[in-house]
Design a protein around this ligand. Structure first.
Ligand SMILES: [Zn+2]
Length: 268
């Protein structure tokens, strides 16, 4: 009889203990939940991923939400979605957003000035580039297009050629997989200053000028230094993306990537 009473008492104590723990855990969740849900880009269904990401990376609440929304808590190229607005100047193409194999921008034009060979890009982007290159020229600086629109097939060849000499992990750090290249949008440009190899663009006066002026024409440095974990690409001093003057100015003033801008303001 005594034994039964003891067991009952112990069982009751255990149940009370577990109940308290459960309530406490739920309260914790509610406390964490509060600041997360204060942000307009918070997604309730991702709450557990926010909590996990923050635990591992120790990021502030805003960065945690934006990075998980980008998809950065999962490896690059996982959960990737097809782009539905490929013609928009604010389209996001990254390692989680790919373009249809058949997508070709409708308003591609041939470049005639400040261009190395047969390069095409979207008309608005070329008009803006010409204004920018003309203004740079007034300061004796040379901006020259070396690559812009690239078709799916071209990117596929390029990527596969790189794979012949480097591991996939290495190639992924500097070349986009076909469909995932921003160059297919016709909104990206690679430039040099004619005299210096493009991958040395960083050491040129033209680069300095671009850092201070590109946004005024609607261009951003798309893969900045120290943002590799967000963009998934090595720093590329020669690669710029047209996003329009308003967005470019915001990105310039806040020192963020386009991926972050997109998930703060454009993700619907
Ligand atoms: Zn590029």
């Amino acid at each position: 009889m005594k034994k039964i009473i003891y067991i009952t008492i112990i069982t009751i104590i255990i149940i009370i203990f577990l109940t308290i723990m459960f309530i406490k855990k739920d309260n914790n969740k509610a406390i964490i939940n509060k600041p997360f849900s204060n942000y307009p880009f918070y997604k309730n269904e991702l709450l557990n991923r926010y909590i996990d990401y923050q635990k591992i990376n120790n990021t502030n609440v805003k960065d945690t939400i934006i990075r998980v929304n980008i998809g950065l808590d999962k490896p690059f190229y996982t959960n990737s979605k097809k782009v539905t607005n490929p013609d928009n100047f604010n389209v996001l193409v990254n390692k989680y957003h790919y373009l249809d194999k058949e997508f070709i921008p409708k308003d591609l034009v041939d470049t005639t000035k400040y261009s190395k060979g047969n390069i095409k890009l979207r008309k608005t982007v070329y008009d803006q580039f010409l204004k920018m290159a003309d203004d740079a020229k007034k300061e004796d600086l040379n901006l020259r297009l070396i690559s812009s629109y690239r078709s799916y097939d071209y990117q596929e060849n390029l990527y596969n050629n790189y794979l012949r000499k480097d591991s996939q992990e290495a190639v992924d750090s500097y070349s986009a997989r076909p469909g995932f290249s921003e160059h297919q949008t016709g909104l990206s440009i690679d430039i040099d200053n004619i005299y210096t190899n493009y991958n040395q663009f960083e050491i040129t006066l033209e680069y300095k000028w671009m850092c201070n002026n590109a946004y005024k024409y609607g261009f951003i440095l798309r893969y900045p230094k120290d943002k590799e974990k967000i963009t998934g690409f090595q720093y590329e001093s020669w690669h710029y993306r047209y996003v329009g003057i308003k967005i470019a100015t915001y990105i310039y003033n806040h020192n963020i990537t386009f991926d972050e801008y997109y998930y703060e303001f454009l993700d619907k």
